[in-house]
Ligand binder design. Structure first.
Ligand SMILES: [Zn+2]
Length: 116
């Protein structure tokens, strides 16, 4: 088993600001929030601080809620309001080349006579 030495003063600091003493333990769900919001990896046995101060806990919580809310709204916006691309599919028929809109083309895409 390999043991590594830590800096006891640093170890009780807040992992994010490093200025304050940490008072909240970084549990797995908080670890995920830190990664999601700030792209910082906190590993349980990395020998670095595993605590958050009160101020950073508040910042993280607010940032997380805000980012999640904006992301959900954007996803919904793009899903429902983004302009539809008008790809056309060239459908060979006896009458010639018939262009059909994307929605129709998708239904026909598996059929051999549909060429993009
Ligand atoms: Zn802090």
């Amino acid at each position: 088993m390999e043991l590594f030495e830590i800096d006891p003063e640093l170890f009780i600091s807040c992992r994010l600001c490093l200025d304050e003493k940490g008072i909240y333990q970084i549990i797995p769900s908080v670890k995920d929030q830190i990664k999601y919001c700030f792209d910082i990896d906190v590993e349980q046995f990395d020998g670095l601080p595993q605590l958050l101060c009160k101020k950073c806990k508040g910042v993280l919580s607010e940032f997380y809620e805000t980012k999640k809310r904006y992301k959900e709204k954007q996803d919904k916006l793009i899903e429902t309001k983004a302009p539809k691309r008008h790809l056309f599919c060239c459908l060979q028929t006896e009458a010639g080349c018939l262009q059909v809109a994307e929605q129709v083309a998708e239904k026909l895409v598996n059929q051999v006579f549909c060429r993009l």
